[in-house]
Design a protein around this ligand. Structure first.
Ligand SMILES: NC(=O)c1ccc[n+]([C@@H]2O[C@H](COP(=O)([O-])OP(=O)(O)OC[C@H]3O[C@@H](n4cnc5c(N)ncnc54)[C@H](O)[C@@H]3O)[C@@H](O)[C@H]2O)c1
Length: 261
């Protein structure tokens, strides 16, 4: 095999959960290949292509999450690549302030986000195992899954230091290790991407990032720029391809070096 063949996603069946800021860029990249794609989200993304399938799915409906996910997959089958780039949250997410937490919102958001990532990844891995698919699972994590939030960045800013977010993302790190430990013997790989802050919208909100926050943040980034959706989509495709065939259980920073200092 050549590197060009290894990095190709041709002939892969892909399920993408969440086609927002990051997921829609991932979708563009995947659509460069000859792939079969099922996108699942609350709303159909604008950049959906002819031949892509779309199903509506709400991963915060935890009561019947397993059966509704099975239903969504029915007819499409077991994917070679499952990408979870969703950002489930409740309506009070922006107020889940570290210094002023509402306990119920904190718990609900941990359940929505970490709970759905956990249950859905396990279902996919079991399906891959039962149909002998040596697949790849790629989960969207964050630098806050590997380092804590720095209070100084958030002081005098409109955005809050979050209570649930680092807990959720650290949990996704543990989920990645645990799944990879068990499913490795079936040739199934599970990795997460610890993305730094993306240029533009504040993660989890509709607001653009304030310059003052970005300036402080960038002082801590060796590459001195915010991440782009291309930076993250590149890593998603690498982890989904056979070019990463010996990589599993890793929570991989795509953060311009933020986490090394
Ligand atoms: N944007 C960043 O700066 C950044 C940085 C690090 C990590 N991340 C992580 O990357 C992932 C994607 O982030 P993003 O910036 O693309 O977010 P986004 O809000 O732009 O997109 C999230 C997508 O998830 C979908 N979604 C939300 N709730 C859902 C639900 N209940 N059921 C099904 N789909 C649902 C939305 O419709 C949307 O398409 C998240 O897990 C986030 O934590 C983002």
């Amino acid at each position: 095999m050549s590197f060009k063949e290894n990095i190709s996603l041709d002939d892969k069946k892909v399920i993408l959960l969440g086609a927002g800021q990051i997921g829609s860029k991932v979708l563009d990249y995947i659509n460069e290949f000859d792939t079969e794609v099922l996108i699942i989200d609350l709303e159909k993304p604008e950049n959906i292509k002819d031949g892509n399938q779309f199903k509506n799915f709400d991963c915060t409906k935890l009561d019947n999450i397993a059966t509704s996910f099975e239903k969504v997959m029915l007819g499409f089958g077991v994917p070679d690549l499952f990408i979870n780039a969703s950002y489930p949250k409740n309506s009070n997410w922006a107020n889940c302030d570290f210094n002023n937490q509402n306990s119920l919102d904190t718990i609900e958001n941990i359940n929505f986000h970490l709970g759905s990532y956990t249950v859905l990844s396990k279902i996919i891995c079991e399906k891959m195992k039962s149909e002998d698919v040596r697949g790849s699972v790629v989960l969207l994590n964050s630098i806050y899954g590997i380092v804590a939030q720095d209070e100084e960045l958030y002081t005098d800013e409109k955005i809050n230091m979050s209570m649930p977010y680092p807990v959720i993302k650290s949990g996704i790190g543990g989920l990645t290790r645990q799944l990879s430990s068990y499913y490795g013997k079936y040739g199934i790989r599970i990795n997460s991407i610890c993305s730094g802050g993306i240029k533009g919208k504040v993660s989890g909100s509709e607001a653009d990032m304030d310059n003052s926050f970005a300036e402080k943040y960038l002082k801590k980034v060796p590459l001195r720029r915010m991440a782009t959706t291309d930076d993250v989509a590149n890593m998603v495709c690498f982890l989904g391809s056979d070019a990463s065939s010996y990589v599993t259980g890793q929570n991989i920073p795509v953060d311009g070096g933020y986490s090394v200092i």
